[in-house]
Ligand binder design. Structure first.
Ligand SMILES: Cc1cc2nc3c(=O)[nH]c(=O)nc-3n(C[C@H](O)[C@H](O)[C@H](O)COP(=O)(O)O)c2cc1C
Length: 204
């Protein structure tokens, strides 16, 4: 069994999503002791944004420059890791109402037509991923985004991640959520404990 663990918070040791995503991974390792874990820290080791040179190379232009070669190699590694993982754990804080740009840059490398999905002649989306992949999103945010509240329209975070994953054919997506983290120490403590209970419930 393979697990891909991704973190994207820029808050280092103060990060809630990092703490909770590693708890998810520890629980999965406890359930399956010989789990093969690959870790990507997208804040320390970011995926480069897509570029014109990158797209030209994809279209068959000659590779120019060591940086582009490394970038394409890394992109291929991301794809392979994503393909091979039975479980993917994604630490996903909300920054400005959506995912961190570090995580978006990684998504740009794995949500690729012809690699993870394709359109058929009727315009339907077909997945190219192996069946059975499970994704656990660890969602953290300062505010709360309940339906029918003024903030609901700004929720481009969990809905985006879940939508993208469903689009490429991953239908087993769970969310562990700690929100309202900016509402003071008590609210933060309660939110983290609630998320820990969600982690425990995931694994039963
Ligand atoms: C750059 C930045 C932007 C943020 N933007 C939002 C936001 O739009 N909405 C929100 O609810 N919280 C926002 N927050 C608060 C974070 O979502 C919250 O601190 C969360 O704990 C971040 O996860 P982390 O602790 O793993 O980094 C922002 C925090 C940072 C650092």
């Amino acid at each position: 069994m393979k697990l891909l663990h991704i973190d994207s918070s820029i808050l280092g040791e103060r990060s809630v999503s990092r703490a909770l995503s590693s708890e998810v991974v520890e629980r999965e390792k406890w359930i399956c002791p010989d789990l093969d874990v690959v870790y990507r820290d997208l804040a320390l080791d970011p995926a480069l944004h897509l570029s014109s040179a990158h797209m030209a190379a994809w279209a068959g232009a000659a590779l120019e420059g060591a940086r582009l070669c490394c970038d394409l190699e890394l992109g291929q590694e991301y794809l392979t890791e994503f393909f091979e993982a039975d479980i993917v754990v994604i630490g996903a804080p909300m920054y400005n109402f959506t995912v961190p740009s570090q995580l978006k840059a990684w998504i740009d490398r794995v949500v690729v037509a012809g690699e993870t999905f394709r359109y058929n002649e009727s315009g339907e989306v077909q997945t190219l991923l192996p069946r059975g992949k499970r994704v656990i999103i660890v969602s953290t945010r300062g505010n709360v985004y309940k339906a029918d509240t003024p903030t609901a329209a700004l929720e481009h975070h969990e809905s985006y991640l879940k939508g993208v994953l469903t689009f490429i054919g991953v239908d087993n997506v769970s969310i562990v959520r700690a929100e309202g983290l900016a509402f003071g120490p008590d609210a933060k403590h309660t939110a983290i404990n609630r998320a820990r209970a969600e982690i425990a419930a995931l694994m039963t």
